[in-house]
Write a protein that binds this ligand. Structure first.
Ligand SMILES: [Ca+2]
Ligand SMILES: [Ca+2]
Length: 190
């Protein structure tokens, strides 16, 4: 009897552990299978690689379910290629901005950094506004704008990311609006 109860408790715990992250309702952008903030041919390649070549697990299965059918299939990669290159219909919501999955399905979304709203909330709380700017391709969303360079790459090496534009006299340091640092000049000789 006790053993059976133990098994039930263990099963309940496992269900709780497995199910609780999904209950968060993580936001994502459909079609961005590799969760890098852009929709490109690499996203379709990532889907095909995952489905047929034993490629790395998808960071956000919901985002890879391009046709919103509730399952991952070859049609998801084909749908994305059709949209990108053949003038096909755009992916269903959430697209092209971050949002929650409007339908219920068994897929989940473990992580989707481009829609991580912690920075967006911090920016607004500090009095800033969120804008899209072309910044260096290898950099993160909400890069530090206090240092020169994060958004100073050539167009070929840039991608649109969300940035925080702080109130006058302040700059976004990667997590908050702070006073713009004074340029460091060599001390004046007397
Ligand atoms: Ca992508
Ligand atoms: Ca699908």
């Amino acid at each position: 009897m006790m053993k059976a109860l133990g098994s039930i408790c263990l099963a309940a715990c496992l269900v709780w552990i497995v199910c609780s992250p999904a209950a968060e309702g993580r936001t994502f952008i459909r079609g961005d299978a590799d969760a890098d903030g852009t929709r490109q041919i690499t996203d379709a390649v990532r889907i095909f690689s995952y489905l047929f070549l034993g490629g790395a697990a998808l960071p956000c299965a919901d985002a890879a379910d391009v046709d919103d059918s509730g399952s991952l299939e070859i049609t998801d990669g084909i749908y994305l290629l059709g949209y990108l290159f053949l003038g096909g219909p755009p992916p269903p919501a959430p697209f092209p901005s971050c949002g929650e999955d409007p339908g219920e399905d068994a897929l989940g979304c473990a992580r989707f950094p481009p829609c991580d709203d912690a920075n967006e909330e911090a920016c607004r709380a500090a009095g800033g506004v969120v804008e899209i700017r072309d910044c260096c391709a290898g950099g993160p969303e909400f890069p530090s704008l206090c240092a020169v360079g994060a958004c100073g790459c050539a167009p070929d090496h840039s991608r649109p990311v969300r940035v925080c534009i702080c109130p006058e006299g302040l700059c976004w340091d990667g997590s908050d609006c702070v006073p713009i640092p004074e340029p460091e000049w060599p001390a004046e000789e007397r």
